[in-house]
Write a protein that binds this ligand. Sequence first.
Ligand code: DGY
Length: 321
Amino acid sequence: MSAQPRLWITRKLSDNTEARAERDYDVVLNPEDQVFTPDEIVERSADFDAILPCHSELFGAQMVPQLSQRIKIIANHSVGVDHCDLAALGARGIVVTNTPDVLSDATAEIAMLLLLGAARRAAEGDRMVRNGDWAFWSPSFMVGTKVTGKRIGIVGMGRVGRVMARRARGFDMEVHYYNRTRLAADLEDGAIYHDTLEGLLRVAEFVSLHCPATPETTGMMNAERFALMPDGAVLVNTARGALVVEDDLVAAIVSGKLAAAGIDCFVSEPGGNPAFAPYPNIFMLPHIGSATRETRDAMGFRALDNLDAYFAGREPKDRVG
Ligand code: DGY
């Protein structure tokens, strides 16, 4: 019998991550990258001491009590843990970890790409040239919104939010933020604090969401909140789809309240929201904030570091439950 802990990696991860896992664990991989339902996860759980899932696997309040007693730790390959019911997992004594820090640069890159692409109509322009539809040019053609020197409002000034603030400063943007607690001056780095989301939205010409999806933040960007924003503002979401009431976002785009939006995360994934499709000023990506080769290795290694610590009898660095 193997002395190594038995580990299930639920999705296809980077080659380097899988090689390290094969070296150190009695691991079952998923080379076909099959997506498992909660029932299938429950069924398989009796074979494993640990699971290394992604945000695509749901550990909800209904299924967690049915997991095998053998499961000791869920070492997520994600910073977000809204797919895990932490209370239910805690009640079962299952340790939960995530992968913070290592995806902050990659996610802020995508946020900046969305911000620029939405403001300057990148997807629309690309489509036009690609389709052979570019038959006209004039000074009034494809006019967008200037980014440089504008006010950006960052909602959630954690690790990703702070990298986004640095990138925005590269465009001479004036950085404002809302966070549950005000940051120390060195972390704030000149950013202007608002102690309410409403206060931030009233001044922010661009809003970028960087907070987790929790019961408190779900639906926070709704019609009432969009109404507070300056006319012609731009919304960027690289955090979680649940933060935005998507019908209200469409209404804000239709009315012109928002000039544009850049969206990497949707309420329903994969697939996104077909109601966004008719609007060329909604620039969309398929949840690829952390999808770089370097970041995938770093996320995999961070999840394995947490497992290594747990099975060596130490507290995992990134324990969230
Ligand atoms: C995260 O880490 O939460 C990203 O959304 C990818 O799962």
